[in-house]
Design a protein around this ligand. Sequence first.
Ligand SMILES: Nc1ncnc2c1ncn2[C@@H]1O[C@H](COP(=O)(O)OP(=O)(O)O)[C@@H](O)[C@H]1O
Ligand SMILES: O=c1ccn([C@@H]2O[C@H](COP(=O)(O)OP(=O)(O)O)[C@@H](O)[C@H]2O)c(=O)[nH]1
Length: 247
Amino acid sequence: MWRAFTRLIAITVESSSSAQGATPHRLLTQQFQAHSHQQINYLSLLNNRKMSSEKPKVVFVLGGPGAGKGTQCSKIVQRFQFTHLSAGDLLREERAREGSQFGQLIEDYIRNGQIVPVEVTCSLLENAMKNSGKTRFLIDGFPRNQDNLDGWNRQMDGKADMQFVLFFDCAEDVCVERCLGRGQSGSGRSDDNMESLKKRIQTYNNDSLPIIKFFEQAGQVKTIDASPDAEKVFEEVERVFLANGFQ
Ligand SMILES: Nc1ncnc2c1ncn2[C@@H]1O[C@H](COP(=O)(O)OP(=O)(O)O)[C@@H](O)[C@H]1O
Ligand SMILES: O=c1ccn([C@@H]2O[C@H](COP(=O)(O)OP(=O)(O)O)[C@@H](O)[C@H]2O)c(=O)[nH]1
């Protein structure tokens, strides 16, 4: 049945532009929701370690594709005691995992610049948090839309303390240039090309920016100008962490 489902997804992606009033994302999500309930449980079963008794502290790291989130997270990890969890990397790992039931689904979403249903992403994040045995996390590239935010609140309610959102503010043309540069220097990513990038940017503007605005209205966003070179950007980042009590 799952194979039939993934085939259906591929067909849906191809043909959905002609479907009346239905975006590819909506169709994919509907198909996913209709079939996912039995499939998803195994992700929860992957974890068999217990989380430490201290409630984990989480910083959400957001910004456009190529804004420099991953680059800055590596620097934060070197300077402060944080564990970096990139939602995109976890999805790519799951896609590559032999026997994964979600491989094709993840690939379809990523290539189309769309956002994977939260049940998959949030389970991967929660498992990674538990398995790390650590208590301070940078959650990079998540939550990216309302579905992500709702899913996180549902699944992680009472299990983690979100400290703030680190937002890398970066002009669209700079983001595009950086992603294409990353593709040319051998990222091997199936979405570091102009065609996927257009869709990723559209998704970012339509779905992710409203989430950043939501956090901003709640006074939870620390905005960093991501346009200077990486060292300069990190000077600002470091200031934010120090000002928020991290050593
Ligand atoms: N401040 C910066 N200035 C110039 N290039 C950068 C900067 N930060 C990151 N890059 C480069 O841009 C590309 C995207 O950075 P990355 O950290 O992977 O972004 P993201 O995780 O936001 O997608 C990489 O090739 C990286 O080396
Ligand atoms: O929570 C997430 C994070 C990533 N993605 C998918 O993974 C892609 C790459 O995300 P990543 O954060 O790795 O890269 P970025 O777009 O920020 O460069 C996105 O376009 C989405 O298709 C997703 O569906 N949910």
